[in-house]
Design a protein around this ligand. Structure first.
Ligand SMILES: Cc1cc2nc3c(=O)[nH]c(=O)nc-3n(C[C@H](O)[C@H](O)[C@H](O)COP(=O)(O)OP(=O)(O)OC[C@H]3O[C@@H](n4cnc5c(N)ncnc54)[C@H](O)[C@@H]3O)c2cc1C
Length: 391
């Protein structure tokens, strides 16, 4: 059976998948090693994505997009990550920056900011994490104090994808620290605002073309119209809604990473000879390939389920988003590790992409909530369900 039948992908999505696959084959795969080695932000690739209308496919028609819904992001994430998880992270980090506006912004805010992203003219970024607040989001200390018709921001954001390159940032800050997570608000901050600067470019293990930096706010004044939803203390809610929608997309990028590593491994296994036979004839290699393929297929199905529940606003969306993100991230790391093993010495060097998939895959278990945090959330959801007797 064709995978699109199993996954119930409509013709529109199959066409999008084929288009992205073609663009990735022609524009991402030939450049990925160079971008990685130079740690070059993928503007060159974005130009091609723009021409192919890929930015537009991520946004609603109302805001200048193609109105293809969340599945478009899921499909695109898998295909782009198949080519390069660094490029995928750079691309989807911009959508992540847009989500707080989509889930919590006023009509005026959506009209002002989202068309800039749908056209591919501007890039945004999402700034939640801080040096002292990673998994523990409510511990964030960046503050926003109202001063007339402006807010004054002070604090530091850590590990922000697109930091330094993005044109505007959705930044979470405390407007009422006595209320804990209920005192967090979210603001849009433009790149060249006085009092807003960047830390050094982080030198990373993988996804090296996706720039990551600190954001530093020192008495940075922004207009009150940049408070998302024009309502204080709703930021934590915006962040949770954002993550429920973005985690299936990260999961899909993990499936793409794993598929890329798998394809590299199976192709190599069919060519490499030892002891006078192809290594694909050894049962030890065959079983590794079978396990890898099972993880990928199961992960893809779970991801599609999570994405459809998230898109429908289903009550179980958070639990399935966490399940999909955790399962596929752990699977991608396992598959990429086995791919390196199948390539032997060639798995350890840059001549083949297995080495890069392996380096890139690790981030999937860390960003947008570590695998430990996903398990905490899944278990909390399950225990709550059991307590309420719902099934
Ligand atoms: C390359 C990169 C890009 C990123 N991009 C962005 C971005 O664009 N925007 C953004 O806001 N953030 C971004 N992040 C931040 C990322 O989401 C955090 O790094 C992540 O949430 C983990 O936080 P931490 O690094 O502070 O680790 P910590 O929270 O300090 O965790 C350290 C370890 O302790 C474990 N741990 C912590 N708490 C618990 C617990 N309660 N139970 C069990 N184990 C626990 C963790 O799982 C982990 O293994 C990025 C990070 C990286 C590395």
């Amino acid at each position: 059976m064709e995978p699109e039948i199993l996954l119930s992908l409509s013709e529109e999505y199959v066409d999008l998948r084929d288009l992205v696959r073609e663009v990735v084959k022609n524009e991402v795969i030939p450049l990925r090693l160079e971008l990685d080695e130079k740690e070059e932000y993928p503007w060159r690739v974005f130009e091609k994505f723009k021409e192919a209308g890929l930015f537009a496919s991520m946004y609603d028609e109302e805001w200048g997009g193609l109105g293809m819904g969340m599945m478009a992001n899921v499909i695109m994430a898998e295909e782009v990550a198949y080519g390069c998880l660094g490029v995928e992270t750079a691309l989807l980090a911009s959508k992540l920056g847009a989500l707080p506006i989509e889930v919590g912004g006023t009509k005026e805010q959506k009209e002002k900011w989202l068309p800039l992203l749908a056209s591919g003219d501007k890039i945004s970024a999402f700034a939640l994490t801080e040096p002292g607040a990673g998994s523990d989001v409510p511990a964030l200390r960046t503050s926003a104090v109202k001063k007339g018709d402006r807010y004054v921001l002070n604090g530091t954001k850590q590990w922000i994808s697109g930091g330094g390159q993005a044109h505007f940032y959705t930044v979470f800050a405390m407007t009422n620290k006595d209320r804990g997570p209920r005192g967090i608000s979210c603001f849009i901050v433009e790149k060249d605002t006085p009092g807003f600067s960047f830390g050094k470019k982080e030198e990373k293990l993988g996804i090296r073309c996706s720039e990551t930096r600190q954001l530093i706010f020192e008495d940075c004044e922004i207009p009150e119209e940049n408070l998302i939803g024009m309502s204080e203390n709703k930021g934590f809610l915006h962040a949770l809604k954002t993550l429920n929608l973005s985690r299936p997309v990260v999961a899909s990028s993990a499936v793409g990473t794993a598929q890329g590593a798998f394809d590299t491994a199976i192709q190599y296994a069919r060519e490499r000879e030892q002891f006078g036979v192809k290594i694909s004839s050894f049962q030890a290699i065959q079983h590794m390939l079978a396990d890898m393929a099972m993880k990928i297929e199961a992960g893809r199905l779970l991801t599609y389920k999570a994405a459809r529940l998230a898109e429908a606003g289903h009550k179980d969306a958070a639990k399935f988003s966490a399940m999909a993100k955790c399962f596929t991230a752990d699977s991608a790391m396992a598959v990429a590790t086995d791919a390196v093993q199948i390539l032997g010495g060639y798995g350890y060097v840059r001549e083949y992409p297995a080495e890069k998939y392996f380096r890139d895959a690790k981030i999937l278990q860390i960003y947008e909530g570590t695998s430990q945090i996903q398990r905490n959330e899944i278990a909390a959801g399950l225990i709550k369900e059991a307590a309420s007797g719902s099934r």
